[in-house]
Design a binder for this molecule. Structure first.
Ligand code: SF4
Length: 371
C-alpha cells in the first residue's frame, strides 16, 4: 500500500470497468497511450501485484505516478500456517492493523479458498472463536478480494496450483456486509474470472441478504449455517434465530431457490449431546425436505471456553443415515487443519492482544445452550 492509502482510491476495490475508466483518465492526463491500461489490468487481475513497483513493464516514472494517484489494498502476510493435511491458513494484517484470516483447502482436484468478510463478527454464534472475540469492522470489497489475490499468489509461488473455488466462510457474516461483499462477488467473478457457481456465500441466516443474493443474475451458491432444526434449540446456538426465525429464513430460501433453481447447502455443526440426536435428524429432514438440499455435517471444532465435544463418529454416521433414509443428501465433513487452528478466528485469537469477552458471558450462554 502507498503512503497515501487513506486518501487515494483503492484500485482493487473498484469494479473492473470503473478501474479501467480511472486508469484511462490517469494515463490520458499524463500523455500516455491507452495500452498502459492493459498492462496495469494484467498486473491487477492476473499477476496479483501487491505494489505498483512490481509492475516492471511500466517505466519507473509511471509506476511512481500510479502510486501517487492510487493505492492497492494489499494486506501484509503475518503468518502462513501449514497443516499436515495440506490446509494452509494465512493471517493477514490490513492497513489499519486489523487481522483477518483466509484458508486454502486442497481436496481431490479442487483448491478451495475460504475468505473473511469482516474483522471479527457480531453474530456471537456460541461455538465460534470469531464470535467470541467480537466485531471490529467491515472489510471493504478491496480487502476481501485482496485475500484472494494474496492466497492465489502464495499458492502459485508454492506450487499449489490455481484456486478453483471460493467460500465466504471465514471470519464474519458476509451478508451483514453487503457494501463490501456484493461488489467483491462481482469482482471475483468478472475481473478475476472465478465462475459464479464456484463461489459460495455462507450465511447464518441474514434474510435481507439472502433475498438480495436471490436477485443477482449470477448463479452464486448459498450455504446456510442451520445447526439446529427448531427455534428453541437454534436460538441458543445461533442468536440470529431470534431476529430471523426459521419460518422467515425458509421463506427467503424458497425465493432463492425459485430465482435460479440452485441447490442450497445446509451446514450443521455436530455437537455431542447438544444437537445430534436421531430425533433432531428426523426433524431436520422434515424441515428442509422441500429444498434441493445438501447437508454438510461438521464435527464441532473445539475452541477455548465451551465444554463441548464433537459428536463421535457413530453418532455422525447415524445422523447422516437418518437424513439419507428420508431422501436428503448428507456428507460428513472431515475436520481440516486442526493442527494449525484452522477453525474460523482461531489463528487471529492467538495473535490478539485485547482481552476476550468476560468469561461470565460465556458461561451464561453455555448454560442456556446445553439443553
Ligand atoms: S459462525 Fe460465522 S456468523 Fe457465527 S459468529 Fe462465527 S463468523 Fe460470525
Amino acid at each position: 500500500m502507498t503512503r497515501d492509502a487513506e486518501t487515494t482510491v483503492d484500485l482493487l476495490g473498484l469494479l473492473p470497468e470503473e478501474a479501467e475508466a480511472r486508469l484511462l483518465e490517469h494515463f490520458h492526463a499524463r500523455g500516455e497511450r491507452a495500452y498502459r491500461v492493459r498492462q496495469v489490468r494484467a498486473w491487477l487481475y492476473e499477476r496479483d501485484a501487491a505494489a505498483f513497483e512490481e509492475m516492471t513493464d511500466l517505466p519507473a516514472r509511471e509506476r511512481h505516478a500510479l502510486a501517487e494517484a492510487f493505492s492497492l489494498a494489499a494486506p501484509a502476510l503475518v503468518q502462513a500456517a501449514r497443516s499436515a493435511d495440506g490446509t494452509v491458513k494465512h493471517l493477514w494484517r490490513l492497513g489499519d492493523g486489523e487481522l483477518v484470516e483466509s484458508v486454502l483447502i486442497p481436496a481431490d482436484n479442487r483448491l478451495t479458498l475460504c475468505i473473511s468478510s469482516q474483522a471479527g463478527c457480531a453474530m456471537a454464534c456460541v461455538f465460534c472463536a470469531t464470535g467470541w472475540s467480537g466485531y471490529r469492522r467491515q472489510l471493504s470489497a478491496g480487502e476481501i478480494v485482496a485475500q484472494f489475490r494474496g492466497a492465489r499468489r502464495w499458492a502459485r509461488e508454492n506450487g499449489r496450483g490455481p484456486i478453483t473455488n471460493i467460500v465466504f466462510m471465514g471470519m464474519g457474516e458476509p451478508l451483514m456486509n453487503p457494501k463490501g461483499v456484493f461488489p467483491a462477488l462481482t469482482l471475483l467473478n468478472q475481473a478475476y474470472g472465478v465462475g459464479a457457481r464456484r463461489i459460495t456465500v455462507s450465511t447464518v441466516g441474514v434474510v435481507p441478504g439472502i433475498r438480495e443474493l436471490a436477485r443477482r443474475p449470477e448463479q452464486f451458491r448459498l450455504a446456510v449455517s442451520l445447526h439446529a432444526p427448531n427455534h428453541e434449540l437454534r436460538q441458543r446456538i445461533v442468536p440470529i434465530e431470534r431476529k430471523h426465525p426459521i419460518p422467515e429464513l425458509l421463506e427467503a430460501l424458497r425465493e432463492f431457490e425459485a430465482a435460479g433453481g440452485r441447490r442450497i447447502t445446509f451446514e450443521y455443526t455436530m455437537i455431542d449431546g447438544v444437537n445430534d440426536s436421531p430425533a433432531l435428524a428426523r426433524e431436520l429432514a422434515d424441515l428442509i425436505g422441500q429444498f434441493q438440499a445438501h447437508v454438510n455435517l461438521i464435527p464441532y471444532n473445539p475452541i477455548p471456553g465451551p465444554p463441548w465435544r464433537p459428536s463421535p463418529p457413530q453418532r455422525l454416521r447415524a445422523f447422516a443415515a437418518t437424513l439419507h433414509a428420508r431422501g436428503i443428501e448428507a456428507t460428513v465433513r472431515e475436520p481440516r487443519g486442526r493442527d494449525i487452528a484452522a477453525a474460523c478466528g482461531q489463528l487471529r485469537a492467538e495473535h490478539e492482544t485485547s482481552p476476550p469477552r468476560p468469561f461470565l458471558q460465556l458461561q451464561q450462554a453455555l448454560a442456556g445452550s446445553a439443553g
